[in-house]
Design a protein around this ligand. Sequence first.
Ligand code: URA
Length: 238
Amino acid sequence: MRLDKLLAHTGYGTRKDVRDLLKKNRVQVDGKQVKKGNIHIDTENQNVTVDDEVVYYEQYIYLMLHKPQDYVSATVDDRDKTVIDLVPAKYKHYHLAPVGRLDKDTEGLVLLTNDGMFNHIVTSPKNNIDKTYYAKITGEVLDKHIAEFNQGVILDDGYETKPADLKIISSGEQSEITLSISEGKFHQVKRMFRAIGMEVTYLKRLRIGNIILDDQLKIGDIRKLNENEMEYVASLIE
Ligand code: URA
């Protein structure tokens, strides 16, 4: 990768800022001062420093978003705001994409990455990565529904869902539940409740595999995955 691009991509400002850094002799490659931004850097083997600070280049990046309602899980959309619109400027150049989809009116955990392999592993049905949702339901969710969801319910298109783990938080005219599922059919949680005659009125994703929505992350905010979460990512792509 070109040195000026590398510096711009690692937070040293615009191309013009980078030119200034180079002009002022503040950039070294393998210990030697360089002035030209167009030289090629082998990011695996060469050492770039700015004012003696090592520049770390990451090819792949993994972010956690607390998705608000009204945003679609896409990279571009003609009508709606997308989850990519929430990405801070410092991550914009990574060409991020959401890992799987949440409905426009669903909140909660969305992972964003430029690692297509990881995206594929998490979303591929054959990998059975389970996700947990919190939902508010109109209708009385009862113990018998736990068994029904555990056996699998038939959706409106005749598809029988895989076993799902339903937990009742409260039950009444309006119930609160969590549901863990290992597949991601279109509108799956809403359709599973419709299959038992109930409606989801609020839906939030809490977990994808071992990655849990950070309760300190405000709605609409994004952070990089931490070390523990990255260990899980590494275990999946190994
Ligand atoms: N199931 C749904 O119905 N909607 C979502 O956004 C995610 C799972």
